[in-house]
Write a protein that binds this ligand. Structure first.
Ligand code: HEM
Length: 473
């Protein structure tokens, strides 16, 4: 069946028909069996058991857990540069892997995973080049430097709210996962819809956005078999996580419709992709920055000496600070918010990887977490050395391996906005506080990696910090 039918074309959006086709065929076989053997109940039970055992092990082998970044790293260490990681899936672990998949010369298109919001359309989920070009054009004004300048005043205001929020903890440990999430969603509400979510002010996660996180957690194990998710969405829309998924999609649509109906002439993106792609990624990177700065306080001190005497509201100045920007780049190398994922299907002419050829229509991936840790691309690949981006360029052997925002026509459209947010938040906090890990109540900094989840975006383990106010000069 697989070789005759399912290997041809795409079936993920027809799962309900496929399921009912199978059930009808099974019922037909059962009736036939009844007809041939008059007493068949005895022999039917082992058949049902066998089928259940087969289906449960099939499902368990399809589903990956939320540590896919480690699974991929292990595959690379065990099997080399080009590994068959699924029945019709090849993973490329070479410095040029991301370029081969997404570079301007590539003819690969996005894999069926991107139909997850079907039939809704959004740039971040666009699969065909034509559709992507059209949707991307509508973004050009939203991410122009004039617009980014306008967003910067809102980002600065929100980072002041973040400082107030941190102060409200009054020396109690602050859970970074919460405050950075509140900041990044509040920022996206402001930038995308000119709407305040008020999460920093209320110190509370908006329930609809908690749903988005639950939805991403649901997607992670099904990354390689989204047909299971489509089947679940169609047949069982009510159980908790599936309901959370729809609540999160509905929230994005409603806020988008509200914005379109409003007469506001404030500059914003008015785009659903921004919520999905722009907030969770920035949350992950902001937690990461403080994890690495607490682990390596000498780099926080270096940034402090860069920002001590400048106006941190001058975002153009922040863009020119070498160590601040090197720290951000190095964080995005060691802990890229989009750790794995971004699967493609090889184009009509297949894909050459060195002297090896992958035929057309094969799913290919080049996990960023693995690429960023390749010893063929970076000297001391697992060490946090921001200077590799400034005074020690010899520590970067092959820059093609570095692509936290991807590359080519699919590369992130919100890169400048995310850099704006990371620079403003980091410098505002550094100017005001000494930050260190909290060890109170048994909080362990290692939880950042030990409990790390790769759920479409990076979900670090709980990270608690102490923020001690610097004495005024
Ligand atoms: C550190 C922060 C961020 C990282 C690491 C990041 C990373 C990425 C990556 C890897 C992609 C390619 C995804 C794929 O092809 O599957 C992407 C696409 C995208 N990102 Fe980001 N992103 C970040 C922040 C943002 C922000 C702040 C926004 C919006 C304001 C944004 C909007 C988008 C959009 C709309 C796309 C789809 C582009 C396209 O398909 O043409 N991102 N991002």
């Amino acid at each position: 069946m697989h070789l005759l039918v399912f290997i041809q074309g795409e079936w993920h959006l027809r799962t309900v028909h496929v399921l009912f086709g199978h059930l009808t065929a099974a019922f037909g076989l059962y009736l036939l069996h009844q007809y041939v053997q008059s007493s068949s109940t005895g022999s039917l039970i082992p058949v049902v058991h066998l089928a259940m055992a087969y289906l449960s092990s099939l499902f368990l082998s399809i589903c990956r857990n939320s540590t896919n970044f480690l699974v991929m790293q292990k595959m690379h260490e065990q099997y080399g540069d080009l590994v068959r990681t699924g029945p019709n899936e090849i993973s490329i672990f070479r410095p040029d892997g991301i370029e081969l998949l997404d570079g301007y010369k590539s003819t690969n298109e996005r894999d069926v995973w991107y139909d997850i919001l079907h039939p809704r359309k959004a740039l971040v989920f666009a699969r065909k080049f034509g559709e992507m070009r059209e949707l991307r054009a509508s973004w050009s004004q939203a991410v122009s430097s004039k617009s980014v300048n306008e967003y910067s005043t809102r980002v600065i205001r929100l980072s002041d709210d973040l400082i107030e929020c941190i102060l409200s903890y009054r020396n109690e440990p602050v859970k970074l996962n919460d405050v950075m999430s509140w900041f990044s969603f509040d920022a996206m509400g402001e930038i995308a819809f000119s709407e305040s979510f008020g999460m920093l002010e209320n110190r509370q996660t908006k329930v609809e956005l908690a749903h988005q996180r639950q939805a991403l957690a649901l997607l992670a194990p099904l990354n390689d078999a989204t047909w299971i998710a489509h089947l679940g969405f169609s047949l069982f829309p009510y159980p908790g996580t599936v309901r959370a998924w729809w609540a999160s999609v509905r929230f994005c649509c409603e806020i988008m419709e509200k914005r379109m109906a409003s007469q506001s002439n404030k500059t914003d993106m008015a785009n659903i992709s921004a919520v999905v792609a722009g907030s969770d990624t920035t949350r992950a990177s902001l937690i990461g920055i403080w994890y690495f700065l607490c682990k390596h306080p000498e780099h926080a001190n270096k940034i402090y000496s860069e920002v001590q005497n400048i106006d941190v509201n001058d975002v153009h100045k922040l863009a020119s600070l070498p160590h601040l920007n090197a720290v951000i780049k190095e964080l995005l190398r060691l802990a890229p918010p989009a750790m794995t994922g971004s699967p493609r299907l090889t184009g009509p002419n297949g894909l050459w990887v060195g002297d090896r050829w992958i035929p057309a229509g094969v799913k290919v991936t080049a996990p960023k977490f693995v690429a960023h840790h390749l010893s063929s691309a970076f000297v001391h690949p697992t060490d946090f050395i921001p200077e590799r981006w400034t005074t020690r360029p010899e520590l970067v052997l092959d820059i093609r391996a570095y692509a936290p925002f991807s590359t080519g026509p699919h590369q992130c459209i919100g890169k400048s906005i995310s850099f704006l947010e990371m620079r403003v938040v980091t410098t505002k906090i550094i100017q005001r506080f000494h930050v260190s890990f909290s060890h109170i109540s048994g909080h362990k900094p290692e939880a950042f990696w030990a409990d790390m989840k790769d759920q479409v975006t990076m979900m670090p383990g709980d990270t608690y910090c102490c923020f001690a106010q610097r004495s005024l000069p």
